[in-house]
Design a protein around this ligand. Structure first.
Ligand code: WQD
Length: 382
């Protein structure tokens, strides 16, 4: 009988069935971590949980349905498991929705973080990776944006992220043994290369890439280009799109550092996760058309309230402190997003489509279709 190997670190991923969370959980499993997911499925799907474990080539994650704002749920969870670290995704993230019902966003995002921090303190769990957002910067004075830039969030969603960052800084000061990294995501896009998991927002999508896909798949509804008169080379807004797989690798890198080094001891360290390259709306549309072979019908529309002309990361700190480097380009983001949409035109709700779509999926250059389809078939059939 072989001696048991070293016990892997046990990670709690709140909201781990969501878009970002699901991709991170797969990366954590592949890294060899033991992962427990708490998710209330308010903006995710149990089908995603099933597919995560089908995709995992090693350990499987444990999924528990529950609300991070429920103190009794968290107490039971922390009593049942000795967590080495927590990755906190659970929260609401739609900007326009946060403007419409700010009380709901403060109620869920702030209360959820406070409830989690209290449970971590009670049980001596001292390492945290927090899912923050570039929205905390608001209209930045300079681009690319370093972590030291002033924080001027311009909407309730961004203000909840800023407030939680402030809470984490206070907790870090009170607990010198704690170590916290706050990952500020720029614009996550794309999907897992298998085509099995991807972005499937509950309700109406608001972000550019899901809306590009819907304009092609949704019966030809043209894509509105919000503003063509910005002070940018082609008049449309510029963003820092980052492949969700690169984002997932950034979380693994942060956890590795928190578990193995003194990084962020006694502080809440903000770290940008972006590519450091700006892409305009028109450039993003052109890249999608090139990769997918589809034509995107567009209509020029007025500027969207709250949009800034340019938002691009300075990723130097992540590269230096986490030894993390983005590896996937815009074409890969478009290709992987499109594969996910082709195989799941109704997102996770269209499960019955999966069994046949793999055979019908047109090859998406340049990834050999057989490779993607084989992974896909194996995973679907379990
Ligand atoms: C990108 C660009 C739009 C839709 C948001 C959140 C941010 C983060 C990422 C969570 C903008 C333009 C969009 C459309 C368009 N989420 N656009 N037509 O607003 O940069 O960031 O998502 O952390 O917090 O704020 O992303 O994808 O909504 O928009 O022209 O139909 O595409 O004006 O310039 P955004 P987005």
């Amino acid at each position: 009988m072989n001696a048991p190997g070293p016990i892997p670190p046990k990670i709690l991923a709140t909201g781990g069935a969501g878009y970002i969370g699901s991709h991170v959980v797969i990366a954590l499993l592949e890294r060899g971590f033991d992962v427990v997911v708490l998710d209330d499925y308010s903006n995710s799907h149990e089908e995603a949980a099933r597919r995560i474990n089908r995709l995992s080539r090693g350990r499987r994650a444990r999924f528990l349905r529950g609300d991070v704002c429920n103190a009794a749920t968290l107490e039971a969870l922390f009593r049942a498991h000795r967590f080495d670290a927590v990755v906190h995704f659970a929260g609401l993230k739609a900007v326009a929705d946060s403007v419409a019902r700010p009380e709901h966003y403060y109620g869920v995002n702030i209360a959820g973080a406070a409830c989690l921090l209290a449970a971590m303190a009670r049980h001596g769990v001292e390492r945290l990776v927090f899912s923050s957002s570039a929205t905390v910067y608001g209209l930045a004075d300079t681009v690319p944006i370093p972590e030291t830039a002033p924080l001027r969030p311009a909407n309730p969603y961004g203000r909840t992220k800023h407030m939680i960052e402030t809470m984490l800084a206070d907790v870090a000061r009170a607990r010198p043994g704690s170590r916290t990294v706050m990952l500020r995501y720029f614009n996550p896009v794309g999907a897992h290369p298998s085509g099995l998991i991807g972005e499937d927002p509950v309700g109406e999508p608001a972000n550019l890439f899901p809306l590009i896909a819907r304009s092609v798949q949704g019966g030809g509804r043209p894509l509105s280009v919000f503003g063509t008169d910005y002070d940018t080379p082609d008049g449309t807004c510029i963003r820092d799109y980052i492949h969700v797989e690169d984002l997932a690798e950034g979380h693994v890198a942060a956890l590795d550092k928190l578990l193995a080094t003194d990084l962020a001891r006694g502080e809440a360290l903000p770290v940008n996760l972006g590519v450091g390259r700006g892409v305009s709306v028109r450039e993003a549309i052109a890249a999608f058309e090139r990769v997918s072979g589809q034509q995107v019908r567009t209509v020029e529309a007025p500027r969207r309230p709250g949009d800034v002309a340019e938002c691009v990361a300075d990723p130097a700190r992540a590269m230096k402190l986490l030894n993390w480097h983005p590896r996937r380009d815009l074409d890969a983001m478009c290709r992987d997003m499109w594969r996910w949409r082709l195989l799941n035109p109704d997102g996770y709700r269209g499960r019955e489509v999966l069994a046949t779509a793999a055979d019908e999926m047109p090859p998406i250059a340049p990834v050999p279709a057989g490779e993607a389809q084989q992974t896909f078939r194996d995973a679907v059939r379990g």
